[in-house]
Design a protein. Sequence first.
Length: 79
Amino acid sequence: MTKQSEPIQRSLTQYVNELRLNHARALLMDTNDKIVSIALDSGFGSLSQFYSLFRKQFGVTPRPIKIEHGGNISYWNTD
């Protein structure tokens, strides 16, 4: 008899947020898009919600990741 793996203890909301955060992290590393645009494009309704969940998931805010990968660190669209 094989040992069954432990059931995954996360909600659908947590799963969707994880997908959104991973998408946002990829955009932060691979594009010059502004942080606010990335947050909105990734499905977050507010910048504060994005920052809070991002820090919880990755241990840092989006800004250091953007800087590390040479991206534009502007928060707001000025176009």
